[in-house]
Design a binder for this molecule. Structure first.
Ligand code: C2E
Ligand code: MG
Ligand code: MG
Ligand code: MG
Length: 292
């Protein structure tokens, strides 16, 4: 029918909604193909305990090593697939890849905890725990307590009874949980009480501005207080300077992650980076900085 309307109309029709649907479908197919073609990578960003001056683990962050576009970040391709089962296949790939890496790093530091981000759609599947058990069984040398799952505070709120039971089942295996981007999801105290989280992860938007915005400073301080009163661990993300680190220590948050310590890096760079970080000792200075 479009053809009858002539060449000009044909082009107009082509660029319409139909085209958008097709483009979305194509992009989803492209992401699935990237997984099959082995183009996905995990980068790792260190987590530092400032008080102990020790690297306590890494967060695994997904990248797409695109043959033409270079290294593509997760926000540019995960949203395309987060409402389809492709996100489940990718999530299982990420878990396997992180455990495979842990198998190797365990000999270097058996106390490290590797954090893996899990999408709500994946996490809330009925077979999540059973399949996770299967994946863990493929890596008998890796103790499950070396694995932490990061779930978004906002996604944990949708079906609290279901989420709670999944978390308890995973914790029975030895896995721990962090509530990611904490402070952005509007959880009430009563929700937090029912979620068996081990760690709160303060969202980077609050951390970034806390030295210039008193409201953000109060929010960061309140989340730290909340974690302490619930007996949970707390980590700040988006820590870009030593001044941020010093303030966080004063507020009672020892664990930090951010560009100020290190950017996410390929797995092969991690051990050399840790060795040079330990000898540099720059971040121990955060403990000695005077109050701001
Ligand atoms: P997230 O889990 O909150 O991860 C933190 C993001 O902030 C990462 O972006 C990290 O590179 C970035 N970041 C870390 N430190 C700093 C800093 O000091 N300053 C600034 N400006 N940014 C910092 P990335 O790697 O682009 O990941 C974005 C989001 O994508 C993650 O947010 C997470 O929600 C999601 N994601 C990443 N990997 C995976 C994955 O394997 N599976 C799933 N389902 N989601 C993932
Ligand atoms: Mg995360
Ligand atoms: Mg986060
Ligand atoms: Mg985030």
């Amino acid at each position: 029918q479009a053809k009858i309307m002539g060449r000009h109309r044909y082009h107009f029709f082509d660029a319409d909604l139909d085209e958008q649907v097709r483009t979305h479908h194509n992009r989803r197919t492209e992401v699935r193909a990237a997984l099959r073609a082995g183009e996905l990578r995990l980068y790792y960003q260190p987590k530092l305990d400032m008080r102990k001056g020790r690297i306590v683990g890494m967060e695994a962050l997904l990248r797409w090593a695109h043959p033409l576009r270079g290294v593509v970040g997760p926000m540019d391709f995960l949203p395309i697939v987060e409402h389809s089962d492709v996100i489940v296949d990718i999530g299982e790939w990420v878990l396997r890849e992180a455990l495979r890496q842990l198998q190797f790093w365990r000999a270097f530091d058996a106390r490290w905890v590797i954090s893996v981000n899990i999408a709500a759609r994946h996490f809330q599947r009925a077979d999540f725990v059973a399949r996770l058990k299967g994946i863990l069984a493929e890596f008998p040398d890796v103790p499950p307590h070396m694995l932490e799952l990061e779930i978004l505070e906002s996604s944990a709120l949708s079906d609290i009874a279901h989420v709670r039971s999944i978390m308890l089942d995973c914790q029975a295996l030895g896995i721990s949980f962090a509530l990611d981007d904490f402070g952005t999801g509007y959880s009430s105290m009563s929700y937090l009480k029912r979620l068996p989280a081990d760690m709160l992860k303060i969202d980077q938007s609050f951390v970034r501005n806390m030295l210039v915005d008193r409201d953000d400073l109060h929010l960061v301080s309140a989340v730290i207080g909340l974690a302490k009163s619930f007996g949970l661990g707390v980590i700040a993300e988006g820590v870009e300077t030593i001044e941020h680190g010093a303030m966080l220590m004063r507020l009672g948050c020892d664990l930090v992650q951010g560009y100020g310590i290190a950017r996410p890096m390929p797995a092969d760079d991690v051990l050399p980076w840790v060795a040079s970080f330990n000898t540099a000792g720059v971040w121990q200075a955060a403990a000695q900085l005077p109050p701001i």
